[in-house]
Design a protein around this ligand. Sequence first.
Ligand code: NAD
Ligand code: UD1
Length: 344
Amino acid sequence: MRNILVTGGIGYIGSHTTIELLEKDYNVVILDNLSNSDIRIKDRIEILSGKKIKFYEGDILDNSILNKIFEGENIDTVIHFAAYKSVGDSVKMPLEYYNNNINGTVNLLRAMKRYDVKNIIFSSSATVYGEAKVMPVSEKTPLMTPTNPYGKTKSMMEEILTDVYKSDNSWNVVLLRYFNPVGAHKSGLIGEMPNGIPNNLMPYISKVAAGELEYISVFGDDYKTIDGTGVRDYIHVVDLASGHVKALNKIEEKCGLKIYNLGTGNGYSVLQVIKAFEKAANKKINYKIVERRSGDIGTCYADPKLAKEELGWEAKYEIDKMCEDFWRWQCTGLKSLIEDEVLV
Ligand code: NAD
Ligand code: UD1
């Protein structure tokens, strides 16, 4: 199985995964509507990998483009990243989120069924565990309904994919539950492109370090954690990307329905991340402790054992490297995109 359709492949996780796939000699076809990405990332993927990708600008909601791809590209597996991902926006625009994420996925799955392509890797999230009572969370931890529409779309899509598998066991479905993806490619050429003021921790810290924002608000210091601030399992995006290649190997074994956590198994507090970023950027990062953010949980980190046992995958990179790579991207690749400089 060598011909992979990557939906959302110009985005943050999709672009890093595409590089890993190209390095392993898979043929990659990308479908992306560029709603949250920049076409110049495609050139950078090609430069970094030294290979060409086939790119379709279009939408997973559009049957004509899906038909064209499945008719013309001999796809055998889909890695499905395309979705909207902002928790805050999903609360303001639930219908857009349900339409893009749920209807988009159903449309894609129906097209796959039409063309008898029954292998899919799906981007899920640790959000499906909600506020788990016991840490670390394993794949056996009971699921809870997420509190926001974005999280709900992830839970619903897991259920839809599970029902598809139950209806026809010749499907191979791998649900990957990501913890907190951060970092960037070591070249600094590709990385996360937050839309406006970031909501997530590391992109926000990075903008403070760059002098674009004055300080970071630390949401609460009264959690039961090492220093009272929230603890999460940050995972380098390149580790996450390599997890997809391992999941693809699993699909090649005709694995049926499988679910894996992709995390490091280590938790870091907000203040620990700020400290690690200060070291990476060699700058002081101003912060203020403020109220807890509504909907937040104190601690969340993964039990990554199952992925190690069954996929032979484990995260390699530590928090210092995550911060260094993120900072390099902030100072070079992202800056050049914003300033429209030709870097490569
Ligand atoms: P991203 O926004 O950088 O990438 C998503 C890509 O999909 C973008 O390039 C966007 O243009 C494209 N897209 C969106 N809707 C589309 C549509 N209808 N048709 C075609 N293309 C479309 O996001 P990311 O961080 O790379 O996330 C990838 C996946 O991983 C998403 O499903 C996201 O929900 C999931 N995820 C992300 C995180 C995270 O923190 N980044 C955590 C858990 C899960
Ligand atoms: C958030 C989403 C989650 C989504 C994930 C994607 C919420 C409630 N959850 O997870 O659904 O899957 O992003 O990566 O939005 N923090 C600050 N100040 C900030 C930003 C964050 O103190 O300005 C703290 C948070 O309270 C938390 C930690 O940093 O303790 C990480 O936050 P964030 O990066 O937003 O990720 P999550 O909340 O884990």
